[in-house]
Design a protein around this ligand. Structure first.
Ligand code: SAH
Length: 250
């Protein structure tokens, strides 16, 4: 029997937000691999082996899943949110690309609801016009790239979603992010800090750029910065679907 590797997104936390397709893959799995808290979301059952690992172990984890598939097993690598958004799907293809000897393994990538979409839905519709997602961690890219992309996105008037905004090991970087935003955007720009969305710990807070402070974000927070048109109606934050045409120059 031939094995398989599935990379599945578990969504932001609420079991209701796990897609039926992902649930079916979990039900069929012989092995679940992933970062410790994500594997912790899977109910144990007879015949299912759980392989939790640390968050810097992505490539080893991907190699392990491929090995299991070659032994005929059905390995599911779980990510939070969507597996293609700052997560395991790319790590698996990086390993496959480096090994290059065997691309015949049966692989499927199953989408999930990514944090920024779950957070945007809670807030209203802050991502209703053009937007981009930026991972603020400099684990896998130089900090200068983070700063440059952030500045360019702000100048392009994109709404932005920031993943991994602030960790204990790099507390000053988010301060720098706010500094750059203050250089590029008006002080009334709306920012939503959405923490632990769809879990019992969920909190949502919308402030202006002027009011934003670094401690409003941590590693369980996704930060959504509106574009210049983003506004509030009642308790909702939304970005209109259209912008006016630029006034013609002289
Ligand atoms: N693949 C995941 C992202 C992994 S990076 C996805 O698609 O959502 C981890 C970052 O995602 C966290 O630092 C945080 O910024 C964000 N995140 C994940 N789950 C979240 C949740 N329930 N609420 C708010 N942010 C979340």
């Amino acid at each position: 029997m031939s094995g398989s590797v599935v990379v599945a997104g578990l969504g932001p936390g609420d079991p209701m937000l796990v897609t039926p397709e992902v649930q079916a893959a979990l039900d069929m799995a012989t092995d679940i691999l992933g970062y410790i808290p994500y594997v912790g979301r899977i109910a144990p059952r007879p015949g299912l082996s759980l392989h939790p690992s640390d968050n810097r172990e992505e490539l080893t984890r991907a190699r392990h899943a491929l090995e299991l598939a070659r032994q005929g097993r059905h390995a599911v690598i779980v990510s939070s949110g969507d597996p293609g958004v700052f997560a395991m799907a790319s790590a698996l293809f990086e390993v496959l690309d480096a090994e290059s000897s065997d691309t015949m393994v049966n692989i499927r990538i199953l989408p999930g609801i990514t944090a920024m979409l779950a957070a945007a839905a809670r807030a209203g519709a802050p991502l209703g016009h053009d937007f981009c997602a930026i991972n603020l961690s400099d684990n896998l890219k130089p900090w200068s790239v983070v700063e440059q992309r952030l500045r360019m996105a702000a100048r392009g008037d994109f709404a932005m979603a920031f993943y991994n905004p602030r960790s204990k090991s790099r507390p000053h970087q988010f301060e720098r992010v706010l500094e750059i935003l203050r250089e590029e955007c008006e002080s009334q720009r709306l920012i939503t800090f959405a923490r632990a969305v769809s879990t019992p710990d969920e909190t949502l807070r919308t402030v202006t750029l002027e009011q934003a402070t670094p401690d409003m974000a941590d590693m369980r927070t996704v930060v959504i910065v509106g574009n210049s048109q983003t506004r509030q109606v009642g308790r909702w934050v939304y970005t209109p679907r259209s912008i006016a045409a630029p006034v013609a120059g002289p």
